[in-house]
Design a protein around this ligand. Structure first.
Ligand code: HEM
Length: 151
């Protein structure tokens, strides 16, 4: 696939992933905490999952392909040099995102539907804030890679 198409798909996926998490962290989560209503998070997660997870998959696939255009995988890791530094930061951010998402999905989200659901809201809230910060950082690193020099 041509690079401009890959960048377009990558940026489209970024709008979904970053935008969806900002809405969750800044709008849905504060309201759920105020009302002690796990249901609000569950409803949003169910709706977002359907486009959020494919968007993340598109990010990973197009991101890896774009990184390959800049340098072969053997030259991706490390903090010496513009491209390796940025690709390494992207991969670390991805690992953190996956770890937080798996932990939230397997251990915290199921608790929301129990009688103690409101108590699971706070730890889940910290996960949501952390994943959102990582999402914004993903975009920041991407623009720095392309534009050069923010990092
Ligand atoms: C949710 C995850 C991600 C988000 C939100 C994201 C976001 C972005 C954004 C906003 C850009 C800037 C595009 C531009 O300035 O035109 C970008 C560029 C880039 N991203 Fe990502 N990214 C993500 C995941 C990844 C992953 C997993 C990789 C793989 C290493 C990756 C590799 C790249 C590369 C190589 C570029 C430079 C593209 C180019 O200009 O040729 N990204 N990313």
């Amino acid at each position: 696939m041509e690079r401009p198409i890959l960048v377009f798909l990558h940026v489209l996926g970024a709008t979904v992933w970053v935008g969806g998490h900002l809405v969750l962290a800044l709008s849905v989560l504060p309201r759920a905490l105020r009302e002690e209503s796990p249901r609000r998070i569950q409803e949003y997660e169910e709706a977002f999952e359907r486009i959020g997870l494919p968007a993340l998959a598109v990010q990973v696939l197009t991101g890896l392909r774009l990184a390959w255009i800049y340098a072969p995988p053997s030259a991706w890791l490390g903090f010496d040099g513009h491209v390796p530094r940025h690709v390494t930061l992207k991969l670390i951010t991805l690992a953190g995102t996956i770890a937080l998402a798996v932990h939230a999905r397997l251990s915290l989200v199921p608790k929301l539907s129990t009688a103690d659901g409101a108590r699971a809201l706070r730890p889940l809230g910290w996960h949501i804030v952390a994943i959102t910060i990582l999402a914004v950082f993903f975009a920041f690193v991407g623009v720095s890679l392309r534009g050069g020099g923010l990092l």
